[in-house]
Design a protein around this ligand. Structure first.
Ligand SMILES: [Zn+2]
Length: 278
Protein backbone atom coordinates (compact mmCIF):
# COMPACT_ATOMS: atom_id res chain seq x y z
CA UNK A 1 0.00 0.00 0.00
CA UNK A 2 1.27 3.44 -0.89
CA UNK A 3 1.26 5.92 1.95
CA UNK A 4 1.60 9.55 0.94
CA UNK A 5 1.78 12.62 3.15
CA UNK A 6 2.28 16.36 2.65
CA UNK A 7 4.71 18.57 4.56
CA UNK A 8 5.20 22.22 3.73
CA UNK A 9 3.24 21.66 0.49
CA UNK A 10 5.69 18.94 -0.62
CA UNK A 11 4.63 15.35 -1.23
CA UNK A 12 6.25 12.48 0.65
CA UNK A 13 5.92 8.77 0.04
CA UNK A 14 6.72 6.57 3.02
CA UNK A 15 8.63 9.46 4.66
CA UNK A 16 10.76 10.21 1.62
CA UNK A 17 10.07 13.27 -0.46
CA UNK A 18 9.05 12.27 -3.97
CA UNK A 19 11.26 13.34 -6.87
CA UNK A 20 11.00 17.16 -6.85
CA UNK A 21 11.76 19.02 -10.10
CA UNK A 22 10.68 22.63 -9.71
CA UNK A 23 9.14 24.01 -12.91
CA UNK A 24 9.61 27.66 -13.92
CA UNK A 25 6.05 27.51 -15.29
CA UNK A 26 4.23 28.54 -12.12
CA UNK A 27 3.37 31.62 -10.14
CA UNK A 28 6.12 32.85 -7.86
CA UNK A 29 3.82 33.82 -5.04
CA UNK A 30 2.28 31.17 -2.81
CA UNK A 31 -1.35 32.14 -3.26
CA UNK A 32 -3.01 28.88 -4.23
CA UNK A 33 -5.65 27.61 -1.81
CA UNK A 34 -6.74 24.47 -3.66
CA UNK A 35 -10.38 23.44 -3.61
CA UNK A 36 -10.16 20.45 -5.93
CA UNK A 37 -8.09 18.52 -8.44
CA UNK A 38 -8.05 18.59 -12.25
CA UNK A 39 -6.62 15.40 -13.77
CA UNK A 40 -5.01 15.37 -17.20
CA UNK A 41 -3.37 13.03 -19.67
CA UNK A 42 0.08 14.05 -20.82
CA UNK A 43 -0.79 12.97 -24.40
CA UNK A 44 2.87 12.07 -24.63
CA UNK A 45 5.30 9.18 -24.56
CA UNK A 46 5.03 6.51 -21.90
CA UNK A 47 8.28 7.50 -20.22
CA UNK A 48 7.17 10.27 -17.89
CA UNK A 49 10.59 11.87 -18.14
CA UNK A 50 9.81 13.37 -21.55
CA UNK A 51 6.72 15.06 -20.11
CA UNK A 52 8.65 16.25 -17.06
CA UNK A 53 11.31 17.76 -19.33
CA UNK A 54 8.62 19.55 -21.34
CA UNK A 55 7.11 21.05 -18.19
CA UNK A 56 10.60 22.21 -17.13
CA UNK A 57 10.98 24.11 -20.40
CA UNK A 58 9.97 27.78 -20.07
CA UNK A 59 8.81 27.70 -23.71
CA UNK A 60 6.13 25.17 -22.79
CA UNK A 61 4.31 27.73 -20.63
CA UNK A 62 2.59 24.65 -19.17
CA UNK A 63 2.99 22.62 -16.03
CA UNK A 64 1.18 20.75 -13.30
CA UNK A 65 1.85 20.03 -9.68
CA UNK A 66 2.39 16.32 -10.22
CA UNK A 67 3.25 13.94 -13.04
CA UNK A 68 2.27 10.31 -12.43
CA UNK A 69 4.19 7.93 -14.67
CA UNK A 70 2.91 4.79 -16.39
CA UNK A 71 4.77 2.73 -13.76
CA UNK A 72 3.21 4.69 -10.86
CA UNK A 73 6.25 6.87 -10.15
CA UNK A 74 5.39 10.37 -8.92
CA UNK A 75 7.25 13.60 -9.72
CA UNK A 76 6.30 16.89 -8.05
CA UNK A 77 6.93 20.03 -10.11
CA UNK A 78 5.63 22.81 -7.82
CA UNK A 79 4.55 23.14 -4.19
CA UNK A 80 0.81 22.79 -3.73
CA UNK A 81 0.46 26.43 -2.65
CA UNK A 82 1.78 27.77 -5.97
CA UNK A 83 -0.45 28.00 -9.03
CA UNK A 84 0.59 25.86 -12.01
CA UNK A 85 -0.50 26.19 -15.63
CA UNK A 86 -2.42 23.06 -16.56
CA UNK A 87 -6.06 23.86 -17.33
CA UNK A 88 -5.71 26.95 -19.54
CA UNK A 89 -9.02 28.52 -20.52
CA UNK A 90 -11.42 26.78 -18.16
CA UNK A 91 -14.59 27.15 -16.09
CA UNK A 92 -16.10 25.25 -13.20
CA UNK A 93 -19.52 26.08 -11.76
CA UNK A 94 -19.41 29.48 -13.42
CA UNK A 95 -15.91 30.40 -12.22
CA UNK A 96 -13.24 30.98 -14.84
CA UNK A 97 -9.55 30.21 -14.50
CA UNK A 98 -9.58 26.88 -12.72
CA UNK A 99 -5.79 27.02 -12.23
CA UNK A 100 -6.53 29.66 -9.59
CA UNK A 101 -8.26 27.15 -7.31
CA UNK A 102 -7.13 23.65 -8.36
CA UNK A 103 -4.20 21.29 -8.09
CA UNK A 104 -3.21 19.84 -11.48
CA UNK A 105 -2.16 16.22 -11.92
CA UNK A 106 -0.78 14.98 -15.24
CA UNK A 107 -1.18 11.24 -15.83
CA UNK A 108 1.20 9.76 -18.39
CA UNK A 109 -0.88 8.43 -21.29
CA UNK A 110 -0.48 8.84 -25.06
CA UNK A 111 -4.00 10.21 -25.62
CA UNK A 112 -6.13 9.33 -28.64
CA UNK A 113 -4.57 6.67 -30.90
CA UNK A 114 -5.29 6.25 -34.59
CA UNK A 115 -6.20 2.62 -35.45
CA UNK A 116 -3.85 1.28 -38.13
CA UNK A 117 -5.30 -2.25 -38.29
CA UNK A 118 -3.79 -5.53 -37.06
CA UNK A 119 -3.96 -4.28 -33.48
CA UNK A 120 -1.59 -1.40 -34.13
CA UNK A 121 -2.26 2.19 -33.16
CA UNK A 122 -0.41 5.43 -33.82
CA UNK A 123 -0.17 8.36 -31.39
CA UNK A 124 -0.21 11.95 -32.63
CA UNK A 125 3.57 12.13 -31.95
CA UNK A 126 4.24 9.18 -34.23
CA UNK A 127 4.84 6.35 -31.79
CA UNK A 128 3.07 3.08 -32.71
CA UNK A 129 1.63 0.84 -29.97
CA UNK A 130 0.59 -2.80 -30.35
CA UNK A 131 -2.41 -4.20 -28.51
CA UNK A 132 -0.45 -7.39 -27.77
CA UNK A 133 1.72 -5.27 -25.51
CA UNK A 134 -0.79 -2.73 -24.17
CA UNK A 135 -4.48 -2.72 -23.37
CA UNK A 136 -5.99 -0.51 -26.07
CA UNK A 137 -9.76 -0.14 -26.42
CA UNK A 138 -11.53 1.39 -29.42
CA UNK A 139 -14.43 3.58 -28.38
CA UNK A 140 -16.06 6.97 -28.50
CA UNK A 141 -18.01 8.82 -25.82
CA UNK A 142 -19.94 12.12 -25.82
CA UNK A 143 -16.62 13.71 -24.79
CA UNK A 144 -14.23 11.70 -26.97
CA UNK A 145 -13.98 11.11 -30.71
CA UNK A 146 -13.68 7.54 -31.89
CA UNK A 147 -10.19 6.16 -31.54
CA UNK A 148 -7.99 3.73 -29.71
CA UNK A 149 -7.45 4.58 -26.05
CA UNK A 150 -4.74 3.04 -23.88
CA UNK A 151 -5.73 1.83 -20.46
CA UNK A 152 -3.90 3.24 -17.47
CA UNK A 153 -1.67 0.76 -15.64
CA UNK A 154 -2.87 -0.53 -12.29
CA UNK A 155 0.27 0.83 -10.59
CA UNK A 156 -0.53 4.24 -12.07
CA UNK A 157 -4.18 4.20 -10.97
CA UNK A 158 -3.17 3.05 -7.48
CA UNK A 159 -0.77 6.00 -7.25
CA UNK A 160 -3.41 8.44 -8.55
CA UNK A 161 -5.93 7.24 -5.98
CA UNK A 162 -3.49 7.27 -3.06
CA UNK A 163 -2.08 10.71 -3.92
CA UNK A 164 -5.55 12.21 -4.43
CA UNK A 165 -6.81 10.74 -1.14
CA UNK A 166 -3.83 12.32 0.64
CA UNK A 167 -4.47 15.72 -0.99
CA UNK A 168 -8.21 15.59 -0.27
CA UNK A 169 -7.49 15.02 3.41
CA UNK A 170 -4.67 17.56 3.66
CA UNK A 171 -6.40 20.44 1.87
CA UNK A 172 -10.03 19.53 2.57
CA UNK A 173 -10.69 19.27 -1.18
CA UNK A 174 -14.23 18.89 -2.48
CA UNK A 175 -14.03 17.67 -6.08
CA UNK A 176 -11.98 15.97 -8.76
CA UNK A 177 -12.71 16.47 -12.44
CA UNK A 178 -10.89 15.70 -15.70
CA UNK A 179 -9.73 18.48 -18.00
CA UNK A 180 -12.66 17.77 -20.38
CA UNK A 181 -15.08 18.84 -17.66
CA UNK A 182 -13.55 22.29 -17.14
CA UNK A 183 -12.58 22.95 -20.79
CA UNK A 184 -15.49 21.33 -22.65
CA UNK A 185 -15.13 21.05 -26.42
CA UNK A 186 -11.50 22.11 -26.20
CA UNK A 187 -9.95 19.19 -24.29
CA UNK A 188 -10.66 15.45 -24.15
CA UNK A 189 -8.32 14.36 -21.35
CA UNK A 190 -8.55 12.18 -19.34
CA UNK A 191 -9.36 9.35 -21.71
CA UNK A 192 -12.59 7.27 -21.76
CA UNK A 193 -11.00 4.45 -19.75
CA UNK A 194 -10.23 6.65 -16.74
CA UNK A 195 -12.24 5.31 -13.75
CA UNK A 196 -13.69 8.71 -12.93
CA UNK A 197 -16.82 7.72 -11.05
CA UNK A 198 -15.00 5.12 -9.00
CA UNK A 199 -12.33 7.64 -8.01
CA UNK A 200 -14.85 10.39 -7.22
CA UNK A 201 -16.81 7.98 -5.02
CA UNK A 202 -13.68 7.01 -3.12
CA UNK A 203 -12.53 10.58 -2.62
CA UNK A 204 -15.79 12.21 -1.69
CA UNK A 205 -16.66 9.45 0.77
CA UNK A 206 -19.85 8.47 -0.96
CA UNK A 207 -20.95 4.87 -0.64
CA UNK A 208 -18.40 2.57 -2.16
CA UNK A 209 -19.23 1.87 -5.76
CA UNK A 210 -18.20 -1.76 -5.31
CA UNK A 211 -21.18 -3.95 -4.65
CA UNK A 212 -24.59 -2.58 -5.47
CA UNK A 213 -23.45 -1.48 -8.88
CA UNK A 214 -24.92 -0.99 -12.28
CA UNK A 215 -23.07 -0.87 -15.57
CA UNK A 216 -24.43 1.24 -18.42
CA UNK A 217 -25.04 -0.84 -21.55
CA UNK A 218 -25.06 2.16 -23.91
CA UNK A 219 -24.50 5.89 -23.79
CA UNK A 220 -27.50 6.79 -21.64
CA UNK A 221 -29.32 9.97 -20.65
CA UNK A 222 -29.49 10.31 -16.87
CA UNK A 223 -32.72 12.20 -16.13
CA UNK A 224 -34.14 14.22 -13.30
CA UNK A 225 -37.38 12.18 -13.42
CA UNK A 226 -38.26 8.77 -14.92
CA UNK A 227 -39.72 10.30 -18.08
CA UNK A 228 -38.67 11.46 -21.55
CA UNK A 229 -39.31 15.14 -20.94
CA UNK A 230 -36.58 17.73 -21.31
CA UNK A 231 -34.84 16.73 -18.09
CA UNK A 232 -31.44 15.28 -18.98
CA UNK A 233 -28.79 15.83 -16.29
CA UNK A 234 -25.86 14.20 -18.05
CA UNK A 235 -24.98 11.40 -20.45
CA UNK A 236 -23.55 8.30 -18.78
CA UNK A 237 -21.10 6.66 -21.17
CA UNK A 238 -21.45 3.05 -22.17
CA UNK A 239 -19.54 0.91 -19.68
CA UNK A 240 -19.72 3.45 -16.85
CA UNK A 241 -20.18 2.01 -13.36
CA UNK A 242 -22.94 3.73 -11.40
CA UNK A 243 -24.34 3.35 -7.91
CA UNK A 244 -27.92 2.08 -7.91
CA UNK A 245 -30.08 3.81 -5.28
CA UNK A 246 -33.53 2.36 -6.06
CA UNK A 247 -35.84 1.37 -8.87
CA UNK A 248 -39.51 1.55 -9.76
CA UNK A 249 -42.03 0.98 -12.56
CA UNK A 250 -43.23 4.11 -14.36
CA UNK A 251 -45.66 4.80 -17.16
CA UNK A 252 -44.79 7.09 -20.09
CA UNK A 253 -47.55 7.09 -22.70
CA UNK A 254 -48.02 3.47 -23.73
CA UNK A 255 -44.79 2.35 -22.13
CA UNK A 256 -44.70 0.81 -18.68
CA UNK A 257 -41.06 0.29 -17.81
CA UNK A 258 -38.70 -0.12 -14.92
CA UNK A 259 -36.40 2.80 -14.22
CA UNK A 260 -33.40 3.01 -11.88
CA UNK A 261 -32.34 5.96 -9.75
CA UNK A 262 -28.55 6.00 -9.97
CA UNK A 263 -25.75 8.17 -8.66
CA UNK A 264 -22.78 9.02 -10.82
CA UNK A 265 -20.17 11.74 -10.52
CA UNK A 266 -22.14 13.34 -7.70
CA UNK A 267 -25.37 13.50 -9.74
CA UNK A 268 -28.46 11.51 -8.86
CA UNK A 269 -30.95 10.78 -11.61
CA UNK A 270 -33.01 8.17 -13.45
CA UNK A 271 -31.99 5.83 -16.26
CA UNK A 272 -34.22 3.52 -18.28
CA UNK A 273 -34.05 -0.11 -17.12
CA UNK A 274 -33.23 -1.44 -20.58
CA UNK A 275 -29.96 0.48 -20.58
CA UNK A 276 -28.45 -0.74 -17.34
CA UNK A 277 -27.18 -4.08 -16.10
CA UNK A 278 -27.57 -4.52 -12.34
ZN1 LIG B 1 -5.21 18.51 -19.88
Amino acid sequence: MMVFSVRNHRLFQADRQVDYRLTPNRTRRFTLKPEGIVVHDTAGRLDGESSVRWFLNPAAKASAHLVIDHDGGVVQMAPFNAKTWHAGRSTLNGRDGVNNFAIGIEIVNPGRLEPLGNGRYRAWFGEVYDDREYTIIEKSTPKHDFGGWMDYSSAQLAAVEAVCACLFAKYDLRWLWPHWKVSPGRKVDTNPLFPLFHLQAKLTGRESDDGNDGIMLANTNQRRWPSYHDNVIQVLPKGAAVEVLRSGWYRNGDEHARWFLVSSGGHEGWVHGSLIEV
